[in-house]
Design a protein around this ligand. Sequence first.
Ligand code: G3P
Ligand code: CA
Length: 242
Amino acid sequence: MTEIIAHRGYRIVAPENTLPAFEAALAYDIDMLETDVHRTKDGHLVVIHDETVDRTTNGTGLVKELTLAEIKMLDAGSYKQPVMNNVAIPTLEELLIFLKNEEFSKTLLLEIKTDHTEYPGIEQEVLNLVNQFDPTYGIIYQSFNLKSLKIIRKLQPNAKIAALVFWPSPKVWWLQIIGVFKFVHPDIRILKRKPKLFWRIGLPIRPWTVDKEEDMRAVFKAKLPGIITNQVALACRIRKEI
Ligand code: G3P
Ligand code: CA
């Protein structure tokens, strides 16, 4: 069965990567929650997609140049309509506490955002924090930065890892074959250019971000291992139908 992965929570109904968005996704028959991690100026791991707080809060600036106290003052619930009051950017620790309290039993797909910003040592910090919680649910680490994935593999040989790519190049497949990561997460828009190759032979790929009904149906029919989507309700409905 193709696993449904809620991209940044259920970001269509609640502000992305916030606790209400994760809570909203958990109301559906999803298999994974996807999220993104950056690091503040004072070394805290925070759950936010962009390098800056500009798009999703009432503040401005790079996450890496703001302290956690400054980030916690920001309103992360008003950029999206309808407005949600008292919504802040969560720390990764707060998300892990939330999942524990929810008795989460699926998988957290945790993206380390080292593709545009250098966060030296972040891989170890993320692993340390996650391991401290000793989660009973699944954890998969993913990144566009292959260097980060190699670091994670070295630090924790039994970690589940996936590579985020636009298009899986021969180098990506080589790293997959030698076991740096097990799954490859490609861009659906690029994948669609090679439908015969990818939708017939069951490769270990989970495309993102699959929001169109026709694409979802194709992915489900091809029995790909997973689908990363913003359209959580639609994906759950279509999977039931097929
Ligand atoms: O999980 C896939 C997807 O999250 C990768 O792109 O930019 O949304 O983090 P982005
Ligand atoms: Ca992501």
